[in-house]
Design a protein around this ligand. Structure first.
Ligand code: BGC
Length: 431
């Protein structure tokens, strides 16, 4: 019975080479439409940033906000691709913060910054790069309006408003007079910029964490919707690929989407990223219970509650750690744990394969015949920590490009999202 169920699930979640090729085609059409300002599920947002030269220098503060763990960093750029982190601290944004109002939210950020500056005895004048990893329409390097929250954030009074102005006001309220906001960036842009500061072959930044997205440098003449002034022939585009909606969905994806806080939005993100993989697996496990396929009744409560199974737990199970050891739940059979592990594998394998297909689509948009070497900067816990995720991505890449996959280098880029904002800030004074 269980084998039959698993087989059915595996078939449903199978993402073949053919699916990948179809997805690449429609992804590229959506990219073109987005660049032209036509209707598209890919926003293709101009970032007002180009790749750095590697000689940018100076001390900067970076605020990296894109999930419930906000990071604040003091960064020293030494030129020649060298970066020193003077200080770094994580602050957790609890549920009460991410669902409150705009002033409570930004005051909290300003308080964290203030605590960080005190701890590191930083009372000098500092330029600040702000990484804000949500879909933002920028009108300059220092202004951007939040289109809509993603990843479960729901702070009132921010959508439709300029997030730089909101943060700046909070800085003023908290008396942080020695700070000057100079740059606003998405985490994918920061990650791309950080890796290309170190390695000029890098031409793509990807996040595979709580959310997912990517950025790449586009020729200015191809961004026909862009009517502003820009001093370079290239501009990095924040694709916002989490919104891509031309992939076949299973009934589990449909239901998850319907029950989510943003139905219809972030379709690809809901199939790929860390915020959702545990939830997809939970929904499948719940069905296994209902079908009487599981032995341990005690588990039922866990699988009844939405989002009670996290991707982190799924990842632990993938590495053969027993997440139920400390839960007080007894009598969980090995068979049930094995089922959960298999389901985790099916769900994460599809995610990795979709991610590779999306990368392949962007690469062949930039370099049709794949003539050049490409370094892809990737950050995020899925890519870094989930057992087998990178391997699944590599396998898909080889299936898509049987003879050229060795030209594609997936390179883990730690803390790139925050450091990148500092590099962008530095590049503003150097061009
Ligand atoms: C956001 C993107 C971000 C990605 C990764 C998505 O939910 O819309 O802006 O880059 O998460 O953090």
């Amino acid at each position: 019975m269980i084998d039959g169920f698993l087989k059915e699930i595996a078939n449903m979640f199978d993402f073949t080479r053919k699916d990948a090729c179809e997805m690449m085609r429609s992804f590229q059409i959506e990219m073109e439409n987005g660049l032209k300002g036509r209707k598209s599920s890919l926003k293709m947002l101009p970032s007002f940033v180009r790749r750095p030269k590697g000689n940018e220098k100076g001390d900067f503060l970076a605020i990296d906000l894109g999930g419930i763990n906000m990071r604040i960093l003091a960064i020293r750029l030494l030129g020649q691709g060298k970066i020193e982190t003077i200080g770094m601290k994580r602050f957790s944004l609890g549920k009460e913060i991410i669902s409150k109002t705009e002033d409570v939210f930004f005051d909290f950020i300003a308080d964290c910054v203030s605590a960080f500056l005190k701890e590191h005895k930083l009372d000098v004048f500092l330029e600040v790069g702000f990484t804000f990893s949500f879909p933002v329409i920028q009108t300059s390097i220092l202004s951007g309006v939040l289109v809509s929250w993603t990843k479960g954030f729901a702070v009132k009074g921010v959508e439709g408003h300029d997030v730089v102005t909101l943060l700046d006001k909070a800085f003023k309220r908290k008396g942080l007079e020695n700070l000057k906001l100079v740059a606003l960036a998405n985490d994918t842009v920061g990650t791309l910029v950080t890796q290309s500061y170190i390695n000029p072959l890098c031409d793509m930044g990807v996040i595979l964490g709580t959310g997912t997205n990517a950025a790449y440098p586009e020729r200015l003449e191809s961004i026909t919707k862009f009517k502003g002034m820009w001093y370079s022939e290239e501009m990095i585009i924040n694709i916002e690929w989490g919104g891509f909606d031309k992939i076949k969905m299973t009934k589990y994806d449909e239901q998850l989407d319907k029950d989510s806080e943003n139905p219809g939005g972030q379709r690809m993100e809901k199939m790929v990223s860390g915020r959702y993989l545990g939830e997809i697996a939970r929904r499948i496990m719940k069905e296994a219970f209902e079908k009487g396929l599981l032995g341990s009744k005690e588990l039922k409560d866990i699988f009844l509650k939405p989002y009670s199974l996290t991707t982190e737990q799924l990842s632990l199970i993938a590495s053969d750690k027993n997440i139920f050891n400390d839960s007080g739940i007894e009598g969980i059979s090995d068979k049930d744990i094995r089922l959960l592990k298999e389901i985790g594998q099916i769900v994460s394998k599809r995610a990795a394969r979709i991610a590779s297909a999306a990368i392949a689509a962007v690469l062949t948009h930039m370099d049709k015949e794949l003539k050049l070497e490409h370094v892809i900067a990737i950050d995020g816990s899925l890519f870094e920590k989930y057992k087998g995720f990178k391997e699944n991505m590599d396998t898909m890449m080889k299936e898509i490009f049987p003879n050229q996959a060795d030209k594609i280098h997936l390179s883990l880029t730690h803390d790139g999202s925050g450091i990148g904002a500092a590099i962008i800030a530095a590049s503003l004074s150097s061009h």
